[in-house]
Design a protein around this ligand. Structure first.
Ligand SMILES: Nc1nc2c(ncn2[C@@H]2O[C@H](COP(=O)(O)OP(=O)(O)OP(=O)(O)O)[C@@H](O)[C@H]2O)c(=O)[nH]1
Length: 552
């Protein structure tokens, strides 16, 4: 795998990790936001419920107060109560019935109005101590029963003469009740009361107001065992039952609440502290998303004495399919963003790495080429003479040995020629070293041009040149070789003599001559021997007057 592929894969993995992190964080924050939205929704619904419940209880108490302060009603109740006592308690006798009927008749118009305007379910006169039912205006045929162990709110009010309110389960209905004690004289509010007046309403109207203000569906759910203990059977059977048999519906704003409650996670109705709010959202079988909040219902005993535990729960629910769709859209959008960002980054990464690699390749190629050039320049410099470009002495010896070996195998002959420029010192002295160099270069070129391709030309030192000349014919044809050798040497000598070296001076050109010593190599003779012999012959040519070829 190439480095660029490895980089691409590593960066891709990094992008995938960042992308995944983005999706996970987005999902986390979206879920948090949704949960917060549901929490504040639940808090808001419970707060609205609490305000309206307290307001309803206050209203019940105020109404009870108003009725109890009517002097005629007060007087009729006192006389009725006295009649019951004198007629043996319980329902009383005929005299008690007279006062009960008169009381009912006197109350009827006000009851009709109050029931309509305040949705009253109950107006009930109790005889103290504790509770003996004297008159149920809402159900005049039922009287004379005791509720000492059932209606604690009445028992307490007649015992200490204090007004009270609260929710209590009842035999006919479970209600929000306001109770005021009745004393022998109106306005006297001290000590034990002789009776109490109770005004009550059910949860149903309160839930309807809640629904009107909040737009949410509410239900009051009672524990089935508590209802079984408190209610008369003929009223108990009217309550809506649920699939779960531990709860019954006391009041609701939604006909389909039973269906919702049946699907709610059951921990929403488990025991918990009085104030605790539980919220859950879930998808129903019909694909609608529902959010449900529940909190414990307070009754008179659980509120005032922390006894008996909660009698049930208040439940509120809303259809949040729109919010859940938006939440799921947000999740899907973040995934799409992540994929698009990933693809875009991958494309950018691909081209960046490709361009980077190409750029790098070009730089490497350029660097390699310049190293090659440098190497060949160094090679040329190491192998050649810098002034003339001819082979230097070391390279000459190396190549000459190879040539000698090869030529011997081919039975060819070799000759060595030593050439020296005549009176070169005078040129230097007369024209200077720069011109001297120019002359050396010109001679070198002439030598190179005069010999054949396979021959070697070397600057032996200063103004001296060494040549290795290959014979064009076989070694045994000695005569022809000898004459060819002579011809080559003479040609070199002549070429130099004919040379006119132009210079940038008034007398325009320089002419030079050379002395040449040339000799043929014998058999396996060492190169050094032939060179020494050629050097000796060159010396002979110098001594002989220069400007000549001496062969030996
Ligand atoms: N310009 C120049 N001069 C060089 C170079 N190498 C050697 N010389 C000079 O060549 C001259 C050689 O002089 P000599 O050895 O006396 O020989 P010559 O004057 O050529 O006389 P003969 O060889 O006896 O004909 C010296 O002055 C050197 O300084 C070079 O590379 N460039």
């Amino acid at each position: 795998m190439s480095t660029s592929t490895r980089i691409f894969l590593a960066v891709s993995v990094f992008i995938i990790i960042i992308d995944s992190l983005f999706v996970v964080l987005n999902a986390f924050f979206a879920r948090e936001a949704l949960q917060q939205h549901f929490d504040s929704w639940g808090d808001d619904r419970r707060a609205t419920y609490s305000i309206l419940r307290d307001q309803t209880l206050d209203t019940m108490q105020v109404l009870a107060e108003i009725f109890s302060r009517d002097p005629q009603l007060h007087a009729l109740f006192i006389e009725g109560r006295d009649a019951v006592i004198s007629e043996g308690g319980g329902p009383g006798g005929e005299e008690a019935a007279i006062f009960r009927t008169a009381l009912l008749k006197r109350l009827q118009p006000a009851w009709t109005v109050a029931r309509r305007d305040f949705k009253l379910r109950q107006l009930h006169f109790h005889i103290g101590p504790a509770s003996l039912s004297f008159l149920r205006v809402h159900q005049p045929d039922h009287y004379g029963d005791r509720m000492d162990n059932l209606r604690h709110i009445i028992v307490d009010a007649t015992a200490d003469g204090q007004r009270r309110s609260g929710f209590e389960l009842g035999r006919i209905y479970s209600g929000l009740r306001g109770v005021v004690p009745i004393f022998p004289t109106i306005g006297k509010h001290r000590g034990a009361a002789i009776g109490a007046l109770e005004v009550g309403t059910s949860y149903q109207p309160l839930l309807e107001i809640l629904e009107y203000h909040t737009g949410s569906d509410f239900a009051v759910l009672l524990k089935a065992d508590r209802v079984d203990r408190a209610m008369w059977d003929q009223f108990r059977k009217d309550l809506v039952t649920l699939e779960r048999d531990d709860l019954v519906v006391e009041a609701t704003t939604s006909k389909c609440i039973a269906r919702v409650i049946n699907e709610v996670p059951s921990n929403l109705f488990e025991g918990r502290s009085q104030d605790q709010l539980q919220i859950a959202h879930f998808q129903r079988a019909d694909d609608r998303w529902i959010v449900v909040a529940t909190w414990p219902l307070e009754d008179y005993l659980s509120r005032t004495r922390s006894q008996g535990g909660t009698p049930g729960f208040v439940a509120v629910c809303d259809d949040v399919t729109g919010e859940m769709d938006a939440y799921q859209r947000r999740l899907a959008t973040s995934v799409i963003y992540a994929i698009v960002a990933f693809l875009a980054l991958e494309i950018v990464l691909y081209f960046a790495i490709r361009n980077g690699t190409r750029h790098l390749q070009r730089r490497v190629e350029a660097a390699t080429q310049s190293i090659r050039d440098l190497n060949s320049a160094l090679k040329v410099r190491a192998e050649t003479d810098s002034l003339t470009g001819l082979l230097n002495r070391t390279t000459f010896y190396a190549i000459a040995e190879e040539t000698r070996h090869r030529v011997q195998q081919q039975a060819q002959g070799l000759s060595v020629a030593m050439i020296d420029i005549d009176h070169f010192k005078r040129i230097n002295d007369h024209y200077g070293h720069v011109i001297g160099d120019q002359v050396i270069r010109a001679i070198a070129q002439t030598l190179r041009a005069t010999v054949r391709d396979g021959d070697l030309v070397c600057r032996y030192g200063g103004e001296e040149f060494l040549l290795l000349l290959q014979h064009p014919v076989a070694r045994d044809e000695a005569l022809e070789a000898s004459s060819t050798l002579e011809a080559v040497a003479t040609r070199i000598h002549a070429a130099v003599s004919a040379l006119r070296i132009p210079i940038d001076q008034p007398d325009a050109e320089i002419r030079v001559t050379v002395s040449v010593g040339v000799t043929e190599m014998h058999g396996d003779e060492a190169l050094e021997c032939a060179i020494n012999r050629a050097d000796g012959l060159l010396y002979a040519a110098k001594r002989g007057g220069r400007n000549r070829v001496v062969r030996g």
